[in-house]
Design a protein around this ligand. Structure first.
Ligand SMILES: Cc1cc2nc3c(=O)[nH]c(=O)nc-3n(C[C@H](O)[C@H](O)[C@H](O)COP(=O)(O)OP(=O)(O)OC[C@H]3O[C@@H](n4cnc5c(N)ncnc54)[C@H](O)[C@@H]3O)c2cc1C
Length: 366
C-alpha cells in the first residue's frame, strides 16, 4: 500500500476547531493510506466555554472550570493516533494565499487542506475569545465586569438576543437591589425565536427588569442615546453584536464578513478549503447547529476532500427548521424550545440554568 502524506491546517481551536481535529483523526482508522501532518493554530493557549459567561458574571470563582489547555487537548487526541503528527501553534493567522495554499502567521505554512474554524468575537471581550490576544483578555474582562456589576446600582444591557436576555436574568435574579434595563434593539426580545418572546419578557419583568423595545440605541461610555433621549447608567453592558474573524481572507470569499461556501462548507473555487462553526455564512451561529447540523456534513466532506473517498454520498447542510434554544432567565428556570417543541421552565432549569452546563464544558472543548 502506498502511503500518501497530507498537510492539514486548522485555524481556530474552539468548539469547531477541536471538533474538526477529532473528526479528521477519527477518519484515519478507516483510510489508512493517508498519513496526516496537522497544525492547529489559535492565539489562545486555553479554550474557553463562553456559554457560561452570563453565570460567570455573578460567579466569577467558577472561571477555572471553563478553561482547558489546548496543548494538553491536542496531545491527548494525537496520542490516540500515533501514525500522524499533530502540532499546536499559538498565534494569529494574518493571511491565507488561497492560490498557493499557504497560511501566514509569522512564517508561511503550506497546506493540502485548510479548515477554517475562526468563529467570531464580541465588542466586549467577555462573551468570546479574541482573534489576536489570548484568553486573558476575555478572563480579565469577565473579572472586571463582575466587579463593576457589584458596584453599580443601575445597569443597562444592550441587545435582546440570548446573551442579553440571559445576562439580564442573571443580574436581576442575583441582585434584587439593582435597576436593570434591557434595550432589545428590536420589536421583541429573542426575535429569532418569536414563540419564546412574550414568555421571556414576562419572566424578566417578574424579576424587575425594565425592557425597552423598538429603539436603536447608541452607546457612549455610560450613556445610552436614542431619539432625543440620553439615559445615564452606572454601567452599560454591550451584548448585541458579533464580529466575524475573517480578516485574513480576501473579500471575494466573504459575505458580510462570514465565509461564503457551498452547501458542503467548501470555499467556492477552492474545495480543499473547508469551513466549520460560526464563521460559516450559511450556519446559524450556535453550538447546537455545529453539533446537530454541521457535524454530519463536515464528516462527509472531509472523507471526500481529504481522504478522496469518491463513494461518499453527500447531503448538503440545511438549517434546521425545528429550533433548539434553551435560555435561562435566572437560576430557577427560563424559556426554551427543543427541536421545535416548547419546554417548560423547570426543564430549562435542569438542562441549563442550574449550572449553565459548566459540567458539560469539557465534553465540548477537549
Ligand atoms: C454568551 C454566549 C453564550 C452562548 N451560548 C450558547 C448556547 O447556550 N448554545 C449554543 O448553541 N450556542 C451558544 N452560543 C454560541 C457559541 O458560542 C458559538 O456557536 C461558538 O462559539 C462557535 O464556535 P466556533 O469554534 O465556531 O468559534 P469561536 O468559539 O468563536 O472560536 C473561534 C476560535 O478561532 C480563533 N481565531 C480567530 N481568528 C483567528 C486567526 N486569525 N488565527 C487563528 N485563530 C483565530 C479564536 O481565537 C477562537 O479561539 C453562545 C454565544 C455567546 C456569545
Amino acid at each position: 500500500m502506498t502511503i500518501e502524506s497530507k498537510n492539514i491546517i486548522i485555524i481556530g481551536a474552539s468548539y469547531a476547531g477541536i471538533l474538526a481535529l477529532k473528526s479528521i483523526l477519527n477518519k484515519t482508522n478507516q483510510y489508512e493510506q493517508i498519513k496526516l501532518n496537522i497544525i492547529v493554530i489559535t492565539p489562545n493557549d486555553k479554550a474557553f466555554y463562553n456559554v457560561a459567561t452570563p453565570r460567570l458574571l455573578i460567579e466569577y470563582e467558577k472561571i477555572d472550570n471553563v478553561l482547558f489547555s489546548i496543548k494538553e487537548t491536542v496531545d491527548n487526541i494525537a496520542a490516540k493516533y500515533s501514525n500522524h503528527s499533530v502540532n499546536f501553534i499559538q498565534g494569529t493567522v494574518k493571511s491565507v494565499d488561497l492560490e498557493n495554499h499557504e497560511v501566514v502567521i509569522q512564517s508561511k505554512y503550506k497546506y493540502d487542506n485548510l479548515i477554517i474554524a475562526s468563529g467570531s468575537r464580541s465588542i466586549m471581550p467577555c462573551w468570546k475569545l479574541d482573534n489576536e490576544k489570548d484568553q486573558s483578555l476575555t478572563i480579565n474582562s469577565i473579572k472586571h465586569l463582575s466587579q463593576q456589576i457589584k458596584n453599580s446600582k443601575s445597569i443597562a444591557i444592550i441587545g435582546g438576543g440570548t446573551t442579553g436576555v440571559e445576562t439580564s436574568g442573571e443580574l436581576a435574579s442575583n441582585y434584587s437591589d439593582k435597576k436593570i434595563t434591557l434595550y432589545s434593539g428590536s420589536k421583541i426580545v429573542l426575535q429569532s425565536i418569536p414563540c419564546l418572546s412574550s414568555k421571556a419578557e414576562d419572566q424578566l419583568k417578574k424579576l424587575g427588569v425594565e425592557i425597552i423595545n423598538n429603539k436603536q440605541v447608541e452607546v457612549d461610555g455610560n450613556k445610552v442615546k436614542y431619539d432625543d433621549i440620553v439615559q445615564e447608567y452606572d454601567l452599560v453592558i454591550q451584548a448585541q453584536k458579533l464580529i466575524p474573524n475573517s480578516e485574513f481572507l480576501p473579500n471575494q470569499v466573504l459575505e458580510n464578513g462570514y465565509v461564503k461556501t457551498d452547501e458542503f462548507f467548501r470555499l467556492h473555487s477552492f474545495p480543499e478549503v473547508i469551513c466549520l462553526g460560526d464563521i460559516l455564512s450559511i450556519g446559524s451561529h450556535s453550538l447546537v447547529d455545529l453539533l446537530y447540523n454541521q457535524k454530519n456534513v463536515f464528516d462527509k466532506v472531509i472523507s471526500y476532500e481529504i481522504f478522496k473517498d469518491e463513494s461518499i454520498l453527500f447531503q448538503g447542510y440545511k438549517q434546521s427548521t425545528r429550533a433548539t434554544m434553551v435560555v435561562p432567565i435566572g437560576k430557577n428556570g427560563g424559556v426554551g424550545v427543543v427541536f421545535g417543541i416548547p419546554i417548560p421552565s423547570f426543564l430549562v432549569y435542569w438542562i441549563k440554568s442550574r449550572d449553565y452546563m459548566i459540567s458539560k464544558a469539557r465534553d465540548n472543548l477537549t
